[in-house]
Design a protein around this ligand. Structure first.
Ligand code: PLP
Length: 382
């Protein structure tokens, strides 16, 4: 079915920051599957984890424990504020799980409170409930009627959240950086105040770290920049380094699912969770997260210099999730030009017409950043 405008080319091979099409043309990839390929294309540790696990056990069923599932749950809980994990396949599915968990917790603890306050311009996925939770323009009518119970507040505006809290409120859910909304970071003070406000009202704080988690912002999870402890977190994208894996995590006191409440055929299957273990081990290796922060800073400086040179409107972001703010709406045109450029192409994304978004592999090199900047410099000059 036609669900996106795909260019007339077929990708056949990938290695690190490079993709190669059916004619052998190379593309420098600063999209990486939409902030998914944590370690770039086809990293040896992921290939090895898949091959080794495929030879041992692919699917015992989610009704049984398996080694990689237990190991990954242990790594995630040991390195976060959370105690339990439910593995899912996509970010939307993890968020659906978070919504269900919060609603059940509200039924048990808050007299049936079920509303989850979310934010304008937020993005939480493409299932009916997560589309309803999202604040994307037009999504309120696309598949009407929406799933009810997701009032929208204004991002970085505490008073707008406070005004929506009522007897039916069970939680506030947000992305620590609104990725699809245009790479807009939540202010640290806003996150801290939101934690205080939710605690004061006895409601849950849910962070959707599908795009910001797994090192993307230079810390393992973006909520850690604010020094807060949310109640629920969702992960997706980067946790699988390119394979379908996602997770819902919560503090022990919130974990009220009982057998039969939640599940899914592929949840926690060892082929995917073995990859998650390989990704986590790399992220936890000494110096890896510090390297992301350093190269995020480097990318930021190079983008700022480019902005000054071409009279653009600056850049923003955290770690290796960044955006260049253009002076006009040429984003989609630059993306097209970068793709078709020869002999080498460049893969960029424009989530809004006046923005270019950069989501490289977390192990992207300074030399690759330099090459991307010099190519972009040429497109901007043209
Ligand atoms: N949440 C956030 C913050 C996202 O950025 C995305 C995808 O872009 C999703 C949820 C949905 O994830 P998936 O496409 O894996 O369902």
């Amino acid at each position: 079915m036609s669900i996106t405008h795909r260019p007339d080319l077929v990708f056949e091979r990938g290695e690190g920051s490079w993709l190669y099409d059916h004619q052998g043309k190379a593309y420098l990839d600063f999209i990486q599957g939409w902030a998914v390929n944590t370690l770039g294309h086809c990293p040896p540790e992921i290939a090895a984890a898949l091959v080794e696990q495929a030879g041992k056990l692919i699917n015992p069923s989610p009704a049984f424990y398996n080694g990689p599932m237990v190991e990954l749950a242990g790594l995630l809980t040991a390195n976060s504020a959370f105690d339990r994990v439910f593995f899912a396949n996509t970010g939307a599915e993890a968020n659906e799980g978070a919504i269900k968990l919060a609603r059940k917790w509200g039924r048990l603890n808050k007299g049936g409170a079920h509303e989850i306050i979310t934010f304008d311009h937020s993005f939480h996925g493409r299932t009916l409930a997560t589309m309803s939770a999202s604040g994307k323009a037009g999504w309120d009518t696309l598949y009407a009627p929406q799933v009810p119970g997701f009032p929208k507040a204004v991002y970085n505006d505490l008073a707008s959240v406070e005004a929506l809290i009522g007897p039916n409120t069970v939680a506030v859910m947000l992305e620590p950086v609104q990725g699809e909304g245009g790479v807009i970071p939540a202010e640290i003070e806003f996150l801290c105040a939101l934690r205080q406000l939710t605690t004061q009202h006895g409601i849950l704080l849910i962070v959707d770290e599908v795009q910001t988690g797994m090192g993307r912002t230079g810390k393992l999870f973006a909520y850690q920049h604010a020094g807060i402890e949310p109640d629920i977190m969702t992960l997706g994208k980067g946790i699988g380094g390119g394979v379908p894996l996602a997770a819902l995590l919560a503090r022990e006191a919130i974990c009220c699912f009982e057998p039969g409440d939640q599940g899914g055929t592929y949840n926690g299957n060892p082929l995917m969770t073995a990859v998650g273990v390989a990704v986590m081990q790399r992220l936890l290796a000494p110096g890896f997260l510090a390297g992301i922060e350093a190269r995020g800073q480097y990318l930021s400086e190079r983008l700022l210099a480019l902005s000054a040179k071409h009279g653009l409107k600056g850049e923003r972001g955290v770690g290796l999730l960044r955006a260049l703010v253009l002076a006009d709406e040429r984003g989609p045109e630059i993306v097209r030009q970068a793709l078709t450029c020869s002999p080498k192409g460049l893969l960029l994304n424009s989530p809004r017409p006046n923005l270019l978004r950069f989501m490289p592999a977390l192990n992207v090199s300074e030399a690759e950043i330099d090459l991307m900047i010099s190519m972009l410099d040429g497109f901007l000059a043209q």
